[in-house]
Ligand binder design. Structure first.
Ligand code: ADP
Ligand code: MG
Length: 273
């Protein structure tokens, strides 16, 4: 499987786009798997009450009594007690989400340091103990307090953009929110990566969208484009990443390539070990 550069310090990335269905969860999970297969330690924090990232990583998050990201944010449960290893890969971990998280947007409002709960929970020593090189935070499709927590905890934002009509709709608003968080809560935050998803080569539109996004975001856009593929959408139904489900598929290859590109940019993003 070859080696990929290991960042000097964990790269914490928020996967955000307030539009639903653009490939946030699919990308968080499969990029994580693509990094982990090369021996990098990866933690996916599932910040969506739907828990789709937890499901795709084979984590049983509906079991009563499972410590989840909810308890980490609201009840000061430690990262060490909420982290679980994914059966997908020995280097892949997840802090699962449970349905309780749906209430968290409201419950967080009255708490002290409500925007920094996740940042405070992502204890550096525990990340080091588990050998985590990458933290990918899968955001819900909104710009509420959960997404703000993700943006305060991260240094980088990765925006998946679907190669479809209205691809850039709402992206302006997302960028303004990122600027606000940067101005008031987290000076280091920046958009480091754009990933084009669900590309359908048979349509002219997909090429137009890809060109428009590249024109707008330049070299932040990964050269790898994720194709639309039924296999990619089937994998989570089996509690699997695409890399486990069908390693030779176009979808798996594209996420492996995208993960490689991401890792090779570690040098730009804060040095290598
Ligand atoms: P989001 O997290 O932004 O809401 P998802 O990752 O859940 O988006 O993707 C939305 C839907 O599209 C899901 O049903 C998912 O399985 C499907 N999907 C995502 N990426 C692809 C792809 N490359 N090809 C086909 N279907 C995809
Ligand atoms: Mg999602």
């Amino acid at each position: 499987s070859g080696t990929l550069p290991r960042p000097a310090r964990p790269r914490i990335m928020t996967v955000a786009n307030q539009k639903g269905g653009v490939g946030k969860t699919t990308s968080a999970v499969n990029l994580a798997a693509g990094l982990a297969i090369h021996g990098l330690g990866v933690l996916v924090v599932d910040l969506d009450p739907q828990g789709n990232a937890s499901t795709a990583l084979g984590i049983d998050h509906r079991q009563p009594g499972v410590a989840s990201v909810y308890e980490m944010l609201l009840d000061d449960v430690a990262l060490r007690d909420a982290i679980q290893r994914s059966p997908a890969d020995e280097n892949l971990y997840c802090v699962p989400s449970t349905l309780d998280l749906a209430g968290a947007e409201i419950e967080l409002v009255s708490l002290v340091a409500r925007e920094s709960r996740l940042r405070n929970a992502l204890n550096e020593e525990v990340l080091a103990e588990f050998g985590i090189d990458y933290v990918l935070i899968d955001c819900p499709p909104s710009l509420g307090l959960l997404t703000v927590n993700a943006m305060v905890a991260a240094r980088e934002v990765l925006i998946p953009i679907q190669c479809e009509y209205y691809a850039l709709e709402g992206v302006g608003q997302l960028l303004r929110n990122i600027e606000l968080v940067q101005a008031h809560l987290n000076r280091d935050l920046h958009v480091s990566t754009i990933l084009l998803t669900m590309y359908d080569g048979r349509t002219k539109l997909a090429d137009q969208v890809a060109a428009e996004v590249r024109n707008h975001f330049g070299d932040k856009v990964l050269s790898t484009i994720i194709p639309r593929s039924v296999k990619v959408s089937e994998a989570p139904g089996y509690g699997m990443t695409i890399i486990e489900y069908d390693p030779g598929s176009r979808g798996a290859m594209s996420y492996l390539d995208a993960a490689k590109e991401l890792a090779q940019r570690a040098a730009i993003e804060g040095g290598l070990a």
